[in-house]
Design a protein around this ligand. Structure first.
Ligand SMILES: CCC[C@H](NC(C)=O)C(=O)O
Ligand SMILES: NC(=O)OP(=O)(O)O
Length: 315
């Protein structure tokens, strides 16, 4: 695997999930694999889980790790080609990517959607430019449209906790007053499509995700109906794709409560974190036996280790 940008870079999903679970059982089995190699982690946006879990996974593989908050630690980067750089960006990605690529054997990048221009966001210009000019493998730490390390951890978690061969998995929109990206929701659907699950997606009208991510997912606008018999409830807020970047509603009746979870088949609750308690999900769910959010977050270390191991094996 040259890059890890989306599920399209994965040749064998089941093998990757198995590798992640194996790493969990024996974290230092491949400690020599990354010896004398360096990974650079570039964050254009905030992070807790991705930052720490990816650094730990890299260290489990013997990699040296350099972490940078782009923009604060370095210079503002111009991504567009052929422009006159007379604005607030002091450096072009052509130089910055080539220079970082000379220091690092692998580069991880987090760069969220701007939520202003859909075509620009969905073109993933930051990742395309770094792929072009850094000339080393690129790892997606959440881009404008996807979050594959999160989705792999989600797959590992569902495999660990499922009690049916083909569980019903419900992605439910959750209310938020701010506009958040579609990336986590897109990626979750993209990774659930090849899995042996019944995928249901529920959200208010106007929040349909891009069709290329929905795939086999059944869209149901009635949340209670969607939750009936669910084995896993995956909560996430996202802003509208159709009315790009807009918050069309923040209806609190979409918050997940114990009453909502009682519609499921003893369903487990998942969320990528961070989440706002008692706005998106009630304390009674998060503090109860249904919640898998901590186990899910812990699996980010094994998700990152499985992905980095695959990239290292092909350097
Ligand atoms: C892992 C989630 C990152 C981000 N969340 C926030 C709060 O910005 C999002 O919704 O994409
Ligand atoms: N789930 C996730 O990616 O968390 P962070 O944004 O804290 O890295």
């Amino acid at each position: 695997m040259k890059h890890f940008l989306s599920i399209n870079d994965v040749t064998d999903l089941n093998q990757l999930i198995t590798s992640g679970i194996a790493s969990k059982r024996n974290p230092f089995a491949d400690i020599e694999l990354g010896k004398n190699k360096t990974i650079g982690l570039l964050f254009f946006n905030s992070s807790l889980r991705t930052r720490i879990s990816t650094q730990k996974a890299a260290q489990n593989l013997g990699l040296n790790v350099i972490t940078m908050n782009v923009g604060q630690d370095g210079w503002g980067l111009e991504m567009e080609e052929g422009v006159i750089m007379n604005g607030d960006k002091a450096e072009h990605v052509k130089e910055a990517a080539a220079v970082i690529g000379s220091y690092c054997d692998i580069i991880g990048i987090r760069s969220f959607a701007g939520l202003q221009d859909r075509d620009k966001d969905y073109a993933e210009i930051v990742f395309q430019q770094f792929k072009k000019y850094a000339e080393v493998p690129i790892i997606n730490l959440e881009s404008a449209t996807r979050h594959p390390l999160q989705s792999l951890a989600d797959c590992i978690t569902i495999e660990e906790f499922k009690i049916k061969q083909r569980p019903k998995v419900v992605l439910t929109w959750l209310p938020h007053f701010k506009a958040l990206p579609q990336a986590v929701a897109n990626s979750f659907c993209e990774w659930m499509n090849p899995m042996d699950v019944e995928l249901v997606i529920t959200h208010p009208e106007g929040y349909n995700l891009a069709p290329e991510f929905v795939g086999k997912g059944q869209v149901i606008y009635d949340q209670d109906k969607a939750l009936e018999g669910a084995d896993f409830v995956y909560g996430k807020n996202w802003s509208s794709y159709e009315h790009y970047g807009q918050v069309l509603t923040s209806d609190p009746s979409w918050m997940i409560t114990e009453a909502k979870m009682s519609l499921t088949d003893n369903g487990k609750f998942m969320h990528c974190l961070p989440l706002r308690r008692n706005m998106k999900v009630a304390d009674e769910v998060l503090d109860g036996p249904r919640s898998l959010v901590i186990e899910q977050a812990a699996n980010r270390e094994w998700s990152a280790q499985a992905a980095l191991r695959e990239v290292l094996l092909h350097i």
